[in-house]
Design a protein around this ligand. Structure first.
Ligand code: FES
Length: 165
């Protein structure tokens, strides 16, 4: 099942997103963010459209996409799970949680589970430092995540029921 947060891309949608921002200074990053925010990732078909619109080479656009790990080039899973790796969460057990998360899901950062349910991403501070370790699932930030709580969250994600922490 597709991630319901995002819309399937079409060339027309991509061009609309590009056209809305292309006249701004430093338009490349805002365009890439807009595409990923709407479509869940930056499809490779967007590269020539962006390059032509901004008068850049395709290699230049590719270079920026690959430089920033934030940008996905493949569709995310049904849920995007971010684990905070910043210092305050590390001090509260984020490293152990991270190991548990990777082991449980069988993926590393920037990967998606084989069943396309969960994409795992690192994040550097979610603004809830005193409640670490923190994770974000979609738009929801959840604090004090223990391995046990994480297992519960995975069960909730796969049944679509997410409770506020
Ligand atoms: S350090 Fe993790 S939320 Fe700020």
């Amino acid at each position: 099942m597709l991630n319901r947060q995002f819309f399937p891309w079409t060339p027309q949608l991509l061009q609309e997103l590009i056209d809305a921002l292309k006249h701004k200074p430093g338009a490349l990053l805002p365009i890439l963010h807009a595409i990923q925010d709407r479509c869940g990732y930056v499809p490779h078909e967007a590269v020539p459209l962006i390059a032509d619109s901004l008068q850049l080479t395709r290699a230049e656009v590719h270079g920026v996409i690959s430089f920033y790990h934030h940008f996905r080039t493949t569709p995310p899973g049904r849920h995007v799970l971010q684990v905070c790796r910043a210092e305050a969460c590390q001090a509260r057990g984020a490293r152990e949680l991270e190991q548990h998360v990777k082991q449980t899901l069988g993926v590393d950062y920037h990967q998606t589970t084989a069943d396309q349910e969960i994409s795992l991403e690192p994040v550097y501070c979610l603004g809830t430092c005193t409640c670490g370790p923190s994770v974000r699932i979609g738009d929801r930030i959840i604090g004090r995540v223990t391995p046990e709580r994480f297992d519960q969250l995975v069960a909730e994600m796969t049944t679509q029921v997410l409770e506020v922490s």
